[in-house]
Design a protein around this ligand. Sequence first.
Ligand SMILES: Nc1nc2c(ncn2[C@@H]2O[C@H](COP(=O)(O)OP(=O)(O)OP(=O)(O)O)[C@@H](O)[C@H]2O)c(=O)[nH]1
Length: 314
Amino acid sequence: MSDAQDLLLDMIAALPDPVFVLTESGRYVALLGGHDRQYYHDGSHLVDFTLNDVLPAEKADWFLQEIRTTIHQNRLRIVEYSLAGRDVSGLPTDTGPRGDLWFEGRVQPLANPINGERAVVWVASNITERHDLQGQLQTLSETDELTGVYNRRKLLAELEQNFAKFQRYHTPLALLIFDIDYFKLINDQHGHLFGDQVLRDLAQQCQSQLREPDTLGRFGGEEFALVLPNTELKQALQLAERLRLDCEQMRFASTTNNAAITISIGLSVATKTDRDITDLLRHTDDALYRAKHAGRNCVKYRTPDTGSPPSMDL
Ligand SMILES: Nc1nc2c(ncn2[C@@H]2O[C@H](COP(=O)(O)OP(=O)(O)OP(=O)(O)O)[C@@H](O)[C@H]2O)c(=O)[nH]1
């Protein structure tokens, strides 16, 4: 064998990531490289099988679609996907990485057909660590460190998204902002650390009461907000009143301290006159301000555009 051929074989054997050659109909034509079993399973048995032979139907369809799109667009495409060893039938179970894995696929059309079929080269890089880290960073960037609920940034993003839906599809949207009454006194009487515990317990208690689409976030200090998609004023008022009563009945205790709190709540549903979330936030803040000035421990809401308050059945 010539030196050039030796070098080529050496290079192929040392390719860090597995390189698949796949035809338009989903047949594995070749598999090169990817021999490090810390990152990749041994997929050498796949050659001559099709995606549909070895993958669940939904995954096989996804890969086929990506292959066809790449061939159709005739350019390099980069895709991200999850695939566990258990998804691929016939993979050895005693070697290779465990659990759910994430891959970046670099998919490039081949210039010439193989056995009359168009084909692609698919380089699969295991990016599980990077993907998990990105997930952790995203969670951190969206979470309020003290209470574990969403932070202001994430809450505003949720509000923005739901407000866009309200504007497009007229799905009702309610916003509720609540603020602990006289919280300064809790800190002054029991200390800042106990105040922190009150904030944490309150947030967790509220979180446990919510429906799946509702979003609770800490707006700042002792102020929280709740985004309630698909919620009319009447339902939002019932929830607000229940929340207010729950807080009134909660007891916050540590080994040395014991306290009760109340909250004031401002509530507003999005209306056609709101140009953006700033308008909705302003109306909700106004309602909270009125609740504070009405003596606290109560719910105030923005009067609907119709002018008539909802019939309440709390
Ligand atoms: N323990 C603790 N206290 C906080 C935190 N953030 C804000 N606070 C306190 O919350 C208190 C808010 O005080 P004020 O704005 O005067 O409001 P308030 O005493 O709750 O009175 P009203 O809202 O008018 O009923 C201040 O004492 C802040 O120091 C926090 O993260 N932890």
